[in-house]
Design a protein. Structure first.
Length: 374
């Protein structure tokens, strides 16, 4: 037979291999499945082990995330679990590297454990005694008038001339909304002779001093940095219940909640406006989520009431700019008429172009008060 002939090879009888029994086939199949499954199982266990190790290494961060959640049963459960993980990590000393890095980060950010005490003096009641010459038909010879002293009014000084040798000291603070705004303001530092300090803290506000105490932070920063201008962009995270000094839980949006948040804002502004500082309060924009939108409306309403009595605080009202009562707008015409993406995908934060637009509004106010180099 010619083995080189393709036709011959095609019709040549083939050798038959070993014929397996059913038992042999099943055994071979199980062995093959075991060989395939074992590496996958080992990989899954390795991934789970790495995740568990990462959880223990960053247990402090897990506790922080649980603490920032809104008050309620879910937060209590998550916090209990997180604290249990943190205790286990402490016992094994696995969270030491993260704690050391966090302490280093806090030191670089200028955080301090020392909190200055600010005392607010309530004006006392003044009693004035006036002696009056009696009239012919008046038998009284003395009248006592009781008056209440009016609270002191902060005088906003006229803006100075800003120079390269004496730049304007600006402090931008708030939650994550303040990040892009602060960066946009800082980007003009070389043009306008600004010295900008950005203090942005994710998921913070006035509602949860147990998570991050802004009044204490501002007390320290006003002493350490001594800014001339303060720009605040904060409030979006305050759409949640609060606990007052007596431990009473206040339902978000209720009258008691409004009164408490109003008092906290007033106390914060009292700290920030010391030494005749000028404060700019950036209002909240409309939000895509209906519940959050209703929450920031309350924030804007209460803030407007407070600012109406504070001549040293100017509102940078961006509500109508980004849709107002009409509707949330993710894209809109910018200051130059070109359409911009105004919000990022979460429907909460301003985009960089939108934040730059807000920064221009801040600069317009600064131009009224200060003289910048040409």
């Amino acid at each position: 037979m010619d083995t080189n002939d393709p036709l011959e090879r095609a019709v040549r009888p083939r050798e038959r291999g070993e014929i397996w029994t059913d038992e042999q086939f099943r055994a071979a199949r199980e062995h093959d499945l075991t060989e395939r499954t074992t590496p996958v199982l080992r990989a899954v266990l390795a991934v789970l082990g790495c995740l568990l190790l990462a959880l223990l290494l960053t247990s402090g961060k897990v506790v922080e995330i649980a603490e920032r959640q809104e008050f309620g049963d879910a937060r209590d459960l998550n916090l209990a679990v997180a604290e249990g993980i943190d205790r286990a990590a402490n016992f094994l000393s696995l969270n030491r590297p993260y704690d050391a890095l966090r302490d280093l980060r806090d030191a670089n950010n200028g955080r301090s454990e020392t909190v200055a005490v600010v005392t607010t003096t309530i004006p006392a009641t003044t009693t004035t005694t006036t002696t009056t010459v009696p009239a012919a038909n008046d038998s009284s010879s003395e009248a006592t008038t009781t008056t209440t002293a009016a609270p002191a009014t902060t005088t906003v000084p006229a803006g100075r001339v800003v120079t390269d040798d004496a730049p304007l000291r600006v402090y931008v603070a708030g939650d994550s909304q303040a990040t892009y705004l602060g960066q946009a303001i800082a980007s003009e530092s070389g043009v306008r002779s600004l010295e900008v300090e950005l203090d942005d803290r994710i998921s913070t506000g006035l509602a949860r001093p147990d998570y991050f105490d802004w009044p204490a932070q501002w007390t320290n920063q006003m002493v350490e940095l001594d800014p001339e201008v303060v720009v605040l962009f904060i409030g979006a995270n305050d759409h949640q219940d609060m606990v007052d000094a007596a431990g009473q839980r206040l339902i978000e949006g209720s009258e008691a909640w409004r009164d408490e948040w109003r008092a906290r804002l007033i106390a914060a502004l009292d700290i920030l406006t010391t030494d005749n500082r000028i404060v700019y309060w950036v209002t909240q924009p409309p939000m895509r989520d209906g519940a959050l939108d209703a929450g920031v409306r309350v924030i804007n309403e209460v803030a407007e009431e407070v600012l109406a009595e504070r001549s040293e605080v100017t509102a940078i009202d961006i509500w109508d700019l980004f849709g107002g009562d009409g509707a949330y707008q993710g894209r809109l015409a910018g200051p130059d008429g070109n359409t911009i993406t105004a919000r990022i995908s979460d429907g909460v934060h301003l985009s960089r172009p939108a934040a730059s637009w807000v920064a221009d509004l801040v600069f317009a106010e600064l131009d009224v008060r200060f003289t910048f180099p040409p």
